[in-house]
Design a protein. Sequence first.
Length: 320
Amino acid sequence: MRNIKNISLSALAVLALVACNKEPEVSYDVPPAVQDAGKVTLEFKNYFNDQPLQLETEYTSNGQTVKFSEVKYIISNITMEKEDGTDVVYNWAKLDKGALLIDQAGNEASKTIQLDTMAAARYKSIKFGLGVKRDHDTLSITRAVSPRFVEQARQKEMLWTWSDHFLFAKFKGTYGTNNPLEILIGNGKRNSKLHTDWDAKEDVSDNRDAFRYVTIDFTTPVTLTKDGHLKIVIKADLNKLLDGENKQTLTAKIPQAQNNLDKMFPIVNNIGGRQGTTSGKVVTVSKVKNEKTDPDVDLEGISNTIPVNRTGMFSLLSVE
C-alpha cells in the first residue's frame, strides 16, 4: 500500500513538473514567425490623372475621348518588404483571404483588404500582383481551394471561362464617338488563335503571362509595431491605360472574339509594369511564333526598355 502511495505521489510530482514547464499556448492560425504581428489596411483608390475616377464621365487619354462604365481588377500576392530585403507574404495560396477584387462601382470597403498577421518590423516597400499567378489561375483547380473568391469573381463576371482562367482586369465603356470600349486582361489558352491573319496559336510560356508584380517603395521606411496598425493607400491612375509607357490608340475591342489577344500586352504593361511573378523577373513579350525556328519578334507598340517599369498605373497616396 505504501508503495502504491509513493508511486502515486511520484506521478503527481511528474505531472506538476510537466505543468510548470509546459510550453505557452500558440495559435497555429498564425505562423510562429509572425506571432509578434500587427495589422495593415491596404486601400486602392482609382483616379484619372489627379482627379478621383467617376464612371460615365468623359476623359481624354492619349488624344482619345474615353468614358468608363465598368472598371474592375484583381489584386493578389500581397507582400511587404523589410528594410533588410526580406519579404513578408500574406496568404499567397488562399485567394479567399489574400486577394481583392476591386470594382469601381462598389463601396469603399470593397476596395480595401486587411492584412491581419503581418510581422512587426520596419518596411521599405509594398508589393502585389495585378491578376492571379499561374499556379492559382486554373479555375477548375482553384475553385476547390478558394471557393468564395471564385464565386465572387463569377458574380462580378471576372472569369474567362473559354480559357479556364480568371479575368485579371476589365475596362468597359465608350471611346471616340460612342465606339464600344472593351479591354479584357487575362491569360489565353494553348492553341487558341491570336489573330485571324496569323497561323500562330496562343501558348502558355512566361512571355505570354498577363500576371504582373508591382513594387511601390515608401518615401521613408515605415514601422509596424506588435499589435499596431498601418494604413496604406494606393492610387491607380486609369489614364495610364492608354497613355502609359506604351501609347495606345483604340480601334477595336481587345480582345475581339479572342482574335487579337496580342493587343492586350502593351496595355498590361501600362497598368501593371514589366515585373512578372517576382520582383526579380523582367517580362519581355514577343509574338507567338508560327514555327519554333522563327526568330523572336517584339510586339508592335510595346516598349521593352530599361530601366524596367515596376509600378504600372499604381503609386503611393499615403501611409499612416
